[in-house]
Design a protein. Structure first.
Ligand SMILES: Cc1cc2nc3c(=O)[nH]c(=O)nc-3n(C[C@H](O)[C@H](O)[C@H](O)COP(=O)(O)OP(=O)(O)OC[C@H]3O[C@@H](n4cnc5c(N)ncnc54)[C@H](O)[C@@H]3O)c2cc1C
Ligand SMILES: *[C@@H]1O[C@H](CO)[C@@H](O)[C@H](O)[C@H]1NC(C)=O
Ligand SMILES: *[C@@H]1O[C@H](CO)[C@@H](O)[C@H](O)[C@H]1NC(C)=O
Ligand SMILES: *[C@@H]1O[C@H](CO)[C@@H](O)[C@H](O)[C@H]1NC(C)=O
Ligand SMILES: *[C@@H]1O[C@H](CO)[C@@H](O)[C@H](O)[C@H]1NC(C)=O
Ligand SMILES: *[C@@H]1O[C@H](CO)[C@@H](O)[C@H](O)[C@H]1NC(C)=O
Ligand SMILES: *[C@@H]1O[C@H](CO)[C@@H](O)[C@H](O)[C@H]1NC(C)=O
Length: 499
């Protein structure tokens, strides 16, 4: 059998690579544990296992990742076909004490969060089931948000997920989830009715409001590979047969007005909001030297132009308004994988137009430090958290791990791409230094929030440090109950970990 030959080759390679550093017994025992796991997986799931050199290896280890940096070299990859096979895989891996990583949509640009060198990768590629019910949809973790919106479109319904086309369902849902309609329906995590989870010992549980309620709560924001592998999500859906959309562009001189309109949106606090939200970015084009802002706005209903964006429309230099559906809208915004190396870094402020504008100005100034970096693509992103979006979780009897106060917040983010591996450390240092310096200033001025969103954070940011202490303590109790052997923190160490 081909896979046995491959296993022989990988075993030899692993042992060879373990030997030179043989002073470090930990690393050679790790290598043995990985061999143990890959061998066991080859026995129990022979059709699911992939080794370096096989045709599918590049698909799973490289092409499934958005950030070029996230493409690593797992020793073997298991691609289960069902929840039972995920359980078999987790059991095999944990019984060998082998390091592993789990990948859903592969968009998290934190190296090691979703892939691994010298370990086992669980690729969820084949768990792509989707079943539409009257007011929910059951989805597997292989789906993108476009898949979900496309499945719901014939029924005139929408789920609360990602704003662009190809972001993965599981990562986004388990870490929170910013959608256009947060202001009315809360975050993606607030709209999950049920999670099927494979625990560290291979046991499968379904967590709902009434069954395993502590785990159910913990997965609302703390889920990214901290408690188990989620094999199915049941998401609530809402009627939205049509949406009114707008794409707008702004010249540099209009950026302060644009950022003020973003802050206006964060402050809206109607008891009965119209579902509406945006993607708001400012970009600097290094080759032309031109700064411009852009808005992608979506509102429920058929108001054309969408009236919730009037404060933007009055200053934009260009607009395309349309009445369409969520599938066609999201379908326009592909985020192709393996395009560039890219660093996110962000912090949060209380919504204040003057502060946000000064952060944008500081971002622009600080670009002078990295303008020589090949392929530089700098973007300043503002994400809105409105009081009404937080209220949904606060009032639904379950809550979520963020425990945010109902106040208008803005997440201000640097999203910076570049071309070459030689600049990785420089770009990370730059983003970290500038963002943390500006955050320290905001703290002194009393305008900062410590909230951190795992979807927009840099590798060094500790998202759990920004959550209420009592929620973190509760998460640790859930972890002790559901992962007593700490499989998901001891053996899977990448990304945002509850440690
Ligand atoms: C271009 C772009 C646009 C984005 N837009 C949005 C947006 O509109 N709204 C928003 O909220 N966020 C957005 N994000 C951030 C996004 O939510 C995160 O990158 C998220 O992790 C993507 O989910 P994924 O399944 O693709 O992630 P992956 O990289 O596959 O996984 C992320 C983390 O979750 C874990 N994980 C994945 N699947 C499972 C599972 N089934 N069980 C347990 N753990 C699992 C992984 O191990 C990893 O630690 C965007 C990111 C990018 C790059
Ligand atoms: C490898 O890729 C082929 C073609 O896409 C697919 O049919 C097969 O199931 C894949 N194998 C694994 C183990 O993922
Ligand atoms: C538009 O701006 C005004 C003035 O700042 C504000 O009162 C209003 O709430 C804003 N409207 C929207 C929809 O953001
Ligand atoms: C940046 O400017 C150059 C030169 O004017 C142009 O060719 C390119 O399309 C611009 N890039 C983007 C992303 O707009
Ligand atoms: C914005 O810039 C474009 C291109 O330079 C120009 O045609 C347009 O008049 C400008 N609009 C405003 C409102 O300044
Ligand atoms: C407007 O929406 C319709 C329906 O989805 C679509 O066919 C059309 O291409 C859209 N027009 C623009 C300019 O986006
Ligand atoms: C697996 O772990 C869970 C959570 O700790 C526990 O309830 C269950 O009994 C364990 N199952 C087995 C077979 O040990």
């Amino acid at each position: 059998m081909g896979y046995l030959t491959q296993l022989g080759a990988i075993t030899t390679a692993l042992l060879a690579s373990a030997t030179p550093s043989s002073g470090a017994s930990a690393s050679s025992s790790t290598a043995k544990n990985v061999i143990c796991a890959c061998r066991k997986l080859s026995n129990v799931l022979p059709k699911d296992i992939i080794y370096p050199g096989s045709a599918n290896y590049t698909d799973e280890a490289t092409d499934s990742y958005w950030d070029k940096r996230a493409a690593l070299a797992p020793s073997c990859i298991v691609v289960p076909n069902s929840a039972d096979e995920v359980a078999t895989a987790v059991e095999a891996i944990s019984s060998c004490n082998a390091p592993f990583a789990v990948r859903g949509g592969g968009h998290m640009n934190v190296v090691g969060s979703n892939n691994i060198n010298n370990g086992v990768l669980i690729g969820l590629t084949k768990l792509n089931q989707v079943k539409v019910n009257a007011d929910t949809v059951e989805v597997g973790p292989a789906l993108t948000w476009y898949d979900v919106y496309a499945a719901l479109e014939p029924y005139g319904r929408v789920a609360i997920g990602g704003r662009l086309k190809t972001i993965g369902v599981p990562g986004l849902t388990l870490i929170g989830g910013y959608h256009y309609f947060n202001n009315k329906y809360g975050f993606a995590m607030d709209n999950v009715d049920s999670y099927d989870v494979v625990l560290g010992n291979g046991t499968q549980v379904t967590a709902t409001r009434s069954s395993h309620p502590d785990l159910f709560w913990a997965l609302k924001g703390g889920g990214g590979n901290n408690f188990g592998v989620v094999t199915k999500l049941v998401l609530r859906t809402y009627p939205a047969p049509q949406v009114s959309t707008t794409i707008q562009a702004f010249n540099e001189s209009a950026v302060p007005g644009f950022l003020a309109a973003v802050c206006d949106a964060a402050k809206l606090n109607s008891p009965d909001p119209i579902a509406a939200g945006m993607v708001a970015t400012v970009s600097y084009n290094v080759s032309s030297g031109v700064t411009s802002a852009s808005l992608l706005g979506v509102q429920e209903g058929v108001s054309n132009p969408p009236d919730q964006f009037a404060n933007f429309s009055s200053i934009s230099s260009f607009a395309i308004n349309n009445v369409t559906n969520m599938k066609d809208w999201a379908g326009q915004f592909e985020t192709p994988k393996q395009q560039f190396r890219i660093q996110f870094a962000h912090r949060t402020i209380k919504a204040d137009a003057a502060v946000l504008t000064s952060l944008y100005e500081s971002w622009k100034e600080s670009l002078s430090e990295v303008l020589d970096v090949e392929g530089l693509g700098p973007t300043f992103v503002a994400n809105v958290i409105s009081p009404t979006s937080v209220r949904v979780g606060n009032n639904n009897g379950v809550g979520n791990i963020w425990g945010l106060p109902e106040e208008p917040l803005i997440i201000w983010q640097f999203s910076t791409s570049w071309s070459l591996a030689r600049d990785d450390r420089r770009m990370q240092n730059w983003a970290r230094t500038v963002v943390e310096r500006l955050h320290a200033q905001n703290k002194r001025k009393g305008v900062a929030s410590e909230y951190i969103y795992m979807g927009d954070a840099g590798d060094w940011q500790d998202a759990f440090a920004g959550m209420p202490k009592k929620n973190v303590a509760r998460l640790k109790r859930v972890q002790a109950a559901y992962d007593p052997e700490r499989v998901f923190t001891r053996l899977s160490t990448g990304g945002f970990k509850l440690t």
